[in-house]
Design a protein around this ligand. Structure first.
Ligand code: FAD
Length: 390
């Protein structure tokens, strides 16, 4: 019942191109990613073998202009593609989310030489994924408190410090690293650090609850030298550069949540129809129908909020409140939907034999990364206070 397979159901006009992109992503996810998703989850195996195909579908640099080798799609198409991929594999979806965040930044703020060296080969699938390296061991929400330093030494910057929770960190062809060139949030700069840069090493793979195939590691920068021309944008502009891409990033994560929740909803509906108790299908109990009705209602509302945010971003270039609301609501609805659908499975929902168990684990982190629920509320509240002050 999701808007990718039933594009008329929400009553929101979607273009043929947006629908086609969402459907192609979903089909790829169901045909290619879903079959091995449970094994990759158990082994914590990164889906590197699919990167070239994802590039071929134009999914690595979706919001990069076509002149720079990207797909140049709008935020609505990006949302649908992320949902389509997440329906088959949430780990691959988050890999795409961080890769698209990094490539979008390079597309907007990178120099022509940086785009030729990094962006084009990356978009063509020749560099693997990209990483967005902002969080550190001591700070995630308060990213402006980062401590990694970049010291100018002749024609190079020398980077020292550690990054934490970096999706694709061990596989990325390039990393966008945010480091301190001066004090305060105005003293943060952004750098392209090649995956094989000397002085760069990766920590062990995090043994996570969910999205276990997304390759989350720490990055260690120990006198890591990059030439001055690897700085992205002006010195001291790193923080606004990072923040500028987060609106679209949040819409992408809302899409991930929706695709994941759609997969859970389909599992719950199917199981309730197949399973009998007290001589009738579980689906025939009024409670089951109420549970499904609540889930479907909240899912549709979350879709509408996400499409609104994407539409406003496409129209105005920024939509801070709508993007935060979309991410906040979609991640919290996703969590409620997976929980209710697991409950419909009874004891079998607690077994790895059924997909809902993995979906339940995969969903939990969506309330934490790309700005936790608390940070989204803080941002929405800040916008509200700004309106009140006018
Ligand atoms: C699987 C995974 C993948 C990730 N991928 C990446 C990545 O690719 N790149 C990257 O840079 N980062 C990544 N992250 C990091 C992620 O963005 C951070 O974990 C997140 O921003 C939260 O930061 P923290 O973990 O340091 O929690 P903290 O900031 O320490 O927060 C702890 C708790 O306090 C709450 N809190 C903090 N400040 C406030 C406040 N002002 N008001 C109210 N409550 C508050 C938080 O909501 C949270 O509940 C990833 C994380 C995970 C788990």
């Amino acid at each position: 019942m999701d808007p990718i397979t039933h594009p008329d159901r929400l009553g929101v006009p979607l273009t043929e191109e947006q629908i086609a992109i969402g459907q192609a992503a979903r089909q790829f996810a169901l045909d290619r990613l879903l079959p091995g998703a449970a094994q990759r989850d158990q082994a914590g195996a990164y889906p590197l073998e699919f990167l070239e195909e994802l590039a071929g579908l134009g999914l690595l640099a979706m919001k990069v202009h076509e002149d720079d080798g990207g797909s140049g799609v709008d935020n609505v198409a990006y949302l649908l593609a992320m949902a389509g991929i997440a329906e088959g594999c949430a780990s691959t979806a988050v890999i795409l989310a961080s890769s698209n965040l990094a490539s979008q930044i390079l597309g907007i703020h990178g120099s022509p030489a940086q785009k030729e060296t990094w962006l084009r080969p990356y978009a063509e699938g020749r560099l693997g994924p990209a990483s967005f390296a902002l969080s550190e061991p001591h700070c995630g929400s308060d990213a402006a408190a980062l401590r990694t330093t970049a010291r100018l030494d002749g024609d190079d910057y020398v980077l020292d410090g550690s990054k934490m929770w970096i999706t694709s960190g061990a596989h990325a062809g390039f990393h966008l690293v945010f480091a301190r060139t001066g004090p305060g949030s105005g003293g943060i700069s952004c750098f392209v650090v090649p995956g094989d840069a000397s002085g760069l090493s990766t920590g062990r793979e995090e043994d996570k609850m969910g999205q276990r195939a997304s390759g989350t590691v720490a990055l260690h920068l120990d006198k890591c030298r990059v030439p001055v021309d690897h700085r992205v944008g002006e010195e001291g502009r790193g923080y606004p550069i990072a923040l500028s891409a987060l609106g679209g990033g949040r819409v992408g994560i809302a899409g991930l949540c929706l695709g994941l929740a759609e997969a859970a909803f389909a599992e719950g509906l199917r199981y309730a129809a197949d399973r009998t108790a007290f001589g009738k299908p579980v689906l025939d109990f009024q409670n089951s129908r109420f549970v499904l009705a609540d889930a479907r209602t909240e899912l549709d509302a979350a879709w509408l909020m996400a499409i609104r945010a994407a539409t406003l971003l496409d129209r105005d270039g920024r939509a801070p409140m709508a993007s935060s609301m979309a991410k906040l609501y979609a991640s919290e609805v996703c969590d409620r939907v997976v929980d209710r659908m697991l409950q419909l499975h009874g004891g079998y929902g607690y077994s790895r034999e059924y997909r809902i168990e993995q979906l339940y684990r995969d969903a939990r982190v969506t309330r934490i990364y790309e700005g936790s629920s608390e940070i989204q509320r803080l941002l929405i509240g800040r916008e509200l206070a700004r309106h009140a002050a006018r």
